[in-house]
Design a protein around this ligand. Structure first.
Ligand code: NDP
Length: 500
């Protein structure tokens, strides 16, 4: 039956997974098993093995062998492209299944999960072209006796640690690009959202990816994740998650093998609204920017910075929008905002809401848990009378909590936007091109939106300024990140002798 025409329900039994090494699923055996309950329904939905550090070593050895014998890196770009394109086709065929498990483990609405899987197909298709387009450079201007070429080579074995907020999307913003470069990899998804990563491993094998090129180890961050950061045989680590763990990745790299790092960390992203903006459009965008994925989004627009002359009116417009958002059962087709993914995150968000009130900010709307009889839900929340030194204005809350502050001049707006340790993303809303460009140039952020927010695709690179991270994912840069550069000097004819 067509999935959209029937009411989706959680499974009656949790789905059992093994972890994935050398092209096959390995059942849990005697290992501990982690049972994940749907945060929207409080029923167990998946059971995933807790891998040991020995399992990690086996997975890394498999990726190492697959890299060294060149079963993947030795292929022509066109052959790697064919596998990525085939994977895109299989993801399209299993679209509904992936969206379902993503929705159950994460708590995001099914309609959103479907759209994200659609975006992931595009990532694979685009990265397949990049497998063919990746190239180096040449220098034909070094004189008659010298020719220079610059080649790009895959970095080697990549460790990929992904978070729980966009388990499949963040994975697909990285995996096809890593594979396009010729690297092999070991992935550790968040323990609470491992299902769709394991499904992708199976899909890639079916698409023709040689065994050992992509391996998935499951388990907690503090054991398997930490061991990956310290592993002597992982050449590069791509980590997406909290700034604190990002910091420990840097320390572990220095203490182990100086593995190259790609880090996408936190954000406290400004939404700058000028009085000359299309305020209706901007209010809708600002509401979307903070409530999408329950605000559990590194690029959420969590700080509204609005021109003083329209600040009260605009805050009211945003509050009206937030109050109308349909929060509820992630499996309901009509839901716009689903459940908070983890108990810990739910507690963190509620504690910030309490702290905001204690610090003197005024709650305009939301601020409460919503009771649907099951699951954990928080109403989209807006605070006004906010000072820059309040925790709700400074810290990444990672929830549907928006603060409003106001400015008089363009310079003041820029200064407020930059008043954060982060630099991941920013949005500006104005019909004045000069203001839009001035703000875009001077606000420090790796991703910028003008008169929109949270849009994107496979072409443009992602990443942060300041403490939001290092490196870029996606786009051509997302492939180049996983390469290292070799300069080759070629003498033409005989060298002039050094010893006479
Ligand atoms: P973490 O940074 O702990 O988790 C992100 C990933 O890192 C998960 O796969 C996690 O595994 C893993 N991990 C955890 N500890 C370690 C470690 N010591 N070494 C290596 N990997 C590790 O984020 P949290 O889940 O604790 O969320 C806390 C806060 O982090 C959020 O409130 C939010 O502010 C921020 N965050 C930002 C994200 C982003 O997209 N930039 C994504 C997620 C969180 P496991 O989950 O299995 O423990």
């Amino acid at each position: 039956m067509d999935a959209v025409s029937k009411k989706l329900m959680p499974p009656t039994q949790p789905r059992e997974f093994g972890f994935y090494v050398d092209g096959r699923f390995i059942p849990p055996g005697k290992r501990e098993v982690f049972e994940r309950a749907s945060p929207g329904h409080d029923v167990p939905v998946t059971r995933i093995p807790k891998c040991t550090e020995d399992d990690l070593d086996v997975a890394v050895a498999s990726a190492r062998l697959a890299f060294e014998d060149r079963r993947w890196s030795g292929l022509a770009g066109g052959d790697r492209a064919a596998v990525l394109l085939k994977a895109a086709e299989i993801i399209r065929a299993r679209h509904e299944e992936i969206a379902y498990w993503e929705c159950l483990e994460n708590g995001k609405p099914i309609a959103q999960a479907r759209a994200e899987v659609g975006g992931c197909i595009g990532m694979f298709e685009y990265a397949s072209g990049l497998a063919r387009a990746l190239h180096g450079d040449s220098f034909n201007n070094l004189g008659d006796s010298m020719f220079g070429i610059v080649t790009r080579e895959p970095v080697g074995v990549v460790g990929l640690i992904t978070p729980w907020n966009f388990p499949f999307l963040i994975l697909c913003e990285r995996v096809p690009y890593i594979l396009a470069s010729g690297c092999t990899l070991v992935v550790k998804p968040s323990e609470v959202t491992s299902a769709t990563t394991l499904i992708l491993a199976e899909i890639l094998s079916e698409a023709g990816l040689p065994d050992g090129v992509m391996n998935v180890v499951t388990g907690s961050g503090s054991t398997i994740g930490q061991a990956m950061t310290e592993h002597m045989d992982i050449d590069m680590l791509s980590f997406t998650g909290s700034t604190n763990v990002g910091r420990s990745c840097v320390a572990a790299s220095g203490k182990s093998n100086f593995k190259k790092l790609g880090l996408e960390l936190g954000g406290k992203n400004p939404q700058i609204v000028f009085a000359d903006a299309d305020l209706e459009d901007a209010a809708d965008g600002v509401a979307f920017g903070i409530a999408f994925n329950t605000g559990q989004c590194c690029v959420s627009g969590s700080r509204l910075i609005v021109e003083r002359s329209v600040a009260d009116e605009f805050a009211g417009m945003v509050a009206d929008k937030l109050a109308k958002i349909r929060v509820g059962d992630p499996l309901d087709e009509q839901t716009q905002v689903g459940a908070i993914t983890t108990d810990a995150q739910n507690r963190t968000i509620m504690s910030y809401i309490e702290r905001g009130q204690k610090e003197g900010a005024t709650l305009v709307c939301g601020g409460v848990q919503l009771d649907f009889g099951q699951g954990q839900y928080i109403a989209p929340t807006l605070f006004k009378d906010v000072d820059s030194d309040m925790a709700i204005a400074k810290d990444e809350i990672f929830g549907p909590v928006l603060t409003v502050q106001s400015f008089e001049t363009v310079d003041e707006a820029i200064q407020m936007a930059n008043d954060t340790v982060y630099g991941l993303a920013a949005s500006v809303w104005t019909k004045n091109i000069d203001k839009a460009l001035m703000v875009t140039r001077q606000v420090q952020a790796g991703r910028f939106w003008v008169n929109t927010t949270l849009s994107g695709g496979p072409e443009l690179p992602l990443g942060g300024f300041k403490q939001s991270g290092w490196g870029r994912e996606a786009g051509m840069m997302g492939v180049e990140e996983y390469t290292q550069v070799k300069s080759v000097h070629i003498e033409i004819g005989k060298r002039s002798p050094w010893v006479a």
